[in-house]
Design a binder for this molecule. Sequence first.
Ligand code: ATP
Ligand code: MG
Length: 396
Amino acid sequence: MQETILIKLGELVLKGLNRKNFEMVLLKSLRRRLMNLGEFEVKSAQSTIYVIPKNEEADLDAAEEKVGKVFGIVSYSRACVVEKDLPAIQKAAADYLRDELLEASTFKVESKRSDKKFPYTSPEISREVGAYLLEQFPHLSVDVHNPDVEVRVEVRDFGAYVHGNARPGAGGIPVGTGGKAAILISGGIDSPVAAWSIAKRGVELTAIHFASPPYTSQRAEEKVVRLLEKVSEYSGRMEMITVPFTHIQEEILAKCPEELFTIIMRRFMMRTAERIARRKGCEALITGESLGQVASQTMQAIACTDAAVQMPVFRPLIGTDKAEIVATSYKIGTYDISIEPYEDCCTVFTPKHPRTRPILHIVETAESALDVEGLIEECMQNVWYTRIGWNRKKEE
Ligand code: ATP
Ligand code: MG
């Protein structure tokens, strides 16, 4: 039996003039992700994208899993393809959806006829297929409002498709249609979720990670790489730039009041990230901050942090609770990695009593004890690069 994946597009259906571009980006990203799973034809017609295996070797199960992680897709279904002939469609519905129908108590049939040459109208197709299924599965009854299984029949130009309940897609808009931004990534729970959230809105990512060797280990950095690998299953490949931050931290520790250590450190992170972001063509900085979560995430602290840079800083998690962030991290597969106990540069020199309401001019005065430019320049010269999402063979 010939099978295919039918994909329904999300919000981009609404986007008028941008639609073509969005669709092209989505097709390209689907093709790239399916590359090492065998040969597939990926095409778009009649507001649906088709993923069609070209031969037996093409791994449709794996393709389905990938499709579920591509932003811009509202739902998708695996369908069987049959000739445009009513008895063939009836039989296909019974055979292809047998397991689902045996488990269900109620069903309905929804039909769509885009090929107007087909001799039955949509309501007629539904009626005929429904009657046949009731005959084949006498335990079933029809429920048009809330059926356990919705049997869908689509009679299209290339053939007739039969499928059951559609699966929800990853939603959002295709990555690459919303510009590029730099995510400040730690090994924690929040920043990978922030990365995923912003990629969901179509933004391509570059990752920036601050490390404090020898206080932080190689394994802590590898943990961040593994987190980003997970994120890249959704966002596509990216580059990670690791910034050695130890000297800056030591200087702050030696020359600034302890209670301002965290806020000054965060201002350095932002300044450095902004410079790297500019070089990489990014237009915004992203962090995993959530209002009130820790001392550096009060409104006043965030205002002081943002005052160090000109670039917009987006915080997609600002209004979310930890429990919600944790739920998302489970869903995207980063949670188990995030809770591995490795040290982060932020926890290396944490002050006992950080200022929760720092005042900008006091912070600036404290910073004047430091050679801000020189320190940033020095660490910028010693960054190193890791490719994320490229190891998965030809895939990305
Ligand atoms: P997370 O779970 O993301 O680590 P957090 O609640 O621990 O967040 P902080 O440690 O205060 O919060 O960090 C806030 C944000 O600052 C992080 O979400 C991340 O965007 C950025 N950040 C923190 N540490 C680093 C780091 N070592 N490298 C890059 N960015 C970092
Ligand atoms: Mg952290």
